[in-house]
Design a protein around this ligand. Structure first.
Ligand code: FES
Length: 641
């Protein structure tokens, strides 16, 4: 046995005994040391880099570590094995997650626009506002020697006197009784009551001082495979108090859902995956949003969660293994609300969490919520909703029919599988133009500082511009000579340097190479072929699509013309495209603040027809045909100038 020490950058050292030949990534997981591993250890992503600072490890040769880095001790943890005592420096991904935790500026015009339009659309479609939660300010008669009625009866009598007589029973819960005597007296018997009304009863959930701000709150949450996003909402008014997002802590077990399910099957895996998303992502996000808006988390009584089918299972601690095995059966499509404390989320006593119902094994509640928010179910126009996440999901139809499918787009839209890829946050190149003669780039970087990497919209632009300039061919291979194009001496493969070591924020080049471009061509091919596979069996052509709603964390800066140029979207006039942000989060918000919208969510999940592409004849042919810039059938893109 050898002592292996993991020294987390800027943090603690963890020592664990290991046998000769043990895999370093597995060993780190055993020691509860987080190493970024989007491909979950199959050696393809190159992100699980650790640095040997003392001792020795055996490491296979990998294209992800060049000679210079190898000489400086860098190894890939997933292909390295214990061969003696060693000490390794581990990049701090927990810290990186914390720095990805951000509360958004709600005054940004885009944020305002998306939610104002959603609220207008809800009104127009008759989805009445009303979460069932409300407040009632009430003044009670103070007890006297002649009036010794107990506090609970005194309160219930006063509340019953102002509620409509509609046969609903009034309840007051035990947890409130424990604080009621002091609350009444501290506030001079003038209090605000928090009520929850359903079909048969009214429950008094809590009481507080009459000046308390946002006394009853809710959370709308989108659990994405890569990112967790949430809104803190005043349930009485529907006002958004805070919006935030952070990385999904499960990402170190793999960037895609299949790798996570595989990890879940290992001993302790179910709890490990649940813990990672709840304790490393959701709870820090809730705390941060509550701190920023001055709201006690005990004020949060309701949570509406939307996520893909696998994420729902993993967060609830439910075995998702059967989702990846034929015939791909999930444990549930719909479940009744659960108490948040049952899944380790400690909010108001009795707080409940509803989960947006899934449509199919690979089309989850996030798509149901997105379909709700897009309102395509309410309009006669044939519309397409394209959610560009780690999985690409497509919904097609109108107020008469809706169909949905999922395709394995991979994490490229969110910066995964691309060496210099990153989420659409500060430092990300979100759009780019390239001079046709010199191939010099003009970059637009989020935050306005030097670039760190490329987000999804930036990747689309770079590939489209390189293709437009004739710097790459239809297969994504470099064909021109230029200062910023560098060819590998051994393999002849090219890369395009967007920012040199002195132009970047990190001192490392920001570039895109042929492998990245190839990955992205497969990603965009998956989206386009899924669209075609959904519409053509019904006898429709791309020209029949009247509106395209683009959703997802790809960034608002997506250049539709460039997305069409690379063959990701059908060649339709630009005005038909609308970017609607994180539609899953918008749908979760709608269902949180409107019981009507929540019911509509259930109706949609039942009514949308799920199409399983993997068993659909011709899908693979469509996909292969789409893995070219823009497509092997150029007539589909003849409309591009
Ligand atoms: S290369 Fe090691 S986890 Fe991906």
């Amino acid at each position: 046995m050898y002592d292996i020490t993991f020294k987390v950058e800027g943090g603690d050292e963890v020592v664990i005994s290991a046998n000769h030949g043990e895999n370093l990534l597995e060993l780190a997981r055993k020691a509860n040391v987080a190493i970024d591993a989007p491909c979950s250890g199959n050696g393809s992503c190159g992100k699980c880099r650790v640095r040997l600072i003392e001792g020795e490890v055996y490491s296979a040769i990998t294209r992800h570590i060049n000679d210079y880095d190898y000489y400086n001790g860098w190894r890939l943890a997933c292909v390295a094995k214990v061969s003696g005592k060693a000490k390794l420096l581990v990049p701090d991904i927990a810290g990186a997650f914390k720095s990805r935790l951000r509360v958004t500026d709600l005054s940004s015009p885009l944020e305002m626009k998306i939610f104002n339009e959603l609220q207008d659309a809800m009104r127009d479609t008759g989805l009445k506002f009303g979460s069932g939660f409300s407040t009632l300010t009430i003044e009670l008669d103070e007890p006297t020697l002649d009036d010794t009625m107990p506090d609970n009866e005194r309160l219930m009598r006063a509340v019953a006197a102002v509620l409509p007589e509609d046969g609903r029973e009034l309840h007051l819960r035990y947890s409130l009784l424990k604080k009621l005597p002091e609350a009444l007296r501290d506030n001079g018997f003038r209090i605000k009551c928090l009520l929850f009304t359903n079909r048969s009863s009214v429950r008094i959930l809590d009481v507080c001082g009459v000046d308390e701000v946002a006394p009853v709150c809710g959370l709308a949450v989108d659990i994405g495979t890569t990112t967790v996003s949430a809104l803190l909402v005043d349930l009485e008014t529907g006002k958004i108090l805070a919006k935030g997002s952070t990385g999904n802590g499960q990402i170190r077990y793999g960037a895609d859902v299949i790798n996570r399910i595989v990890e879940q099957q290992k001993p302790g895996g179910v709890e490990r995956l649940r813990y990672a998303v709840v304790h490393e992502s959701l709870l820090p996000l809730i705390h941060r949003m509550c701190d920023d808006s001055g709201i006690d988390k005990e004020r949060i009584s309701s949570v509406m969660l939307a996520g893909n089918t696998t994420m729902n299972h993993l967060l609830l601690g439910i075995n998702a293994d059967h989702l990846r095995r034929e015939p791909y059966v999930p444990a549930f499509f719909r479940i009744p609300p659960v108490f948040t404390r049952e899944v380790g989320i400690d909010l108001a006593p009795g707080a409940r969490m509803a989960v947006a119902p899934n449509i199919g094994s690979y089309v989850g509640g996030d798509v149901t919520a997105g379909a709700l928010a897009s309102m395509i179910w309410n309009e006669p126009e044939l519309s397409l909703l394209v959610d560009l996440g780690t999985n690409g999901e497509i919904v097609f139809g109108n107020n008469e029919f809706l169909m949905a499918c999922a395709c394995s787009a991979g994490p490229a839209f969110e910066g995964g599988d691309i060496k210099c890829g990153m989420r659409a946050t500060d430092g990300a190149i979100e759009d780019c133009a390239i001079d046709g003669d010199t191939l010099e780039p003009t970059l637009n970087v989020i935050g306005g500082e030097k670039p760190v990497g490329l987000c999804g919209s930036g990747i689309i632009d770079v590939i489209a511009e390189l293709f437009q300039c004739g710097a790459i061919n239809g297969k994504g291979k470099f064909t021109r000579e230029a200062t910023r194009i560098v060819y590998d001496a051994e393999f002849g493969t090219g890369k395009y340097i967007l920012a040199t070591t002195t132009e970047s924020a990190t001192g490392r080049e920001v570039y895109i190479d042929e492998t990245d471009i190839d990955n992205f061509i497969r990603t965009k091919g998956a989206i386009f072929s899924a669209i075609m596979s959904l519409i053509t069996p019904l006898g429709f052509t791309p020209e029949d699509i009247e509106r395209v709603f683009v959703a997802g964390g790809i960034g608002s800066g997506i250049n539709i013309k460039n997305a069409i140029r690379i063959g990701m979207f059908p060649a339709l006039p630009e005005p038909r495209f609308h970017y609607i942000g994180n539609s899953s989060l918008s749908g979760a918000y709608a269902a949180l603040v409107s019981r009507d919208a929540e019911r509509k969510l259930t109706e949609l999940a039942r009514g949308i027809t799920y199409v399983e592409l993997s068993t659909q004849a011709g899908y693979m042919d469509e996909f292969i045909a789409a893995c070219f810039l823009p497509h092997t059938d150029t007539s589909l893109f003849a409309a591009i100038e």
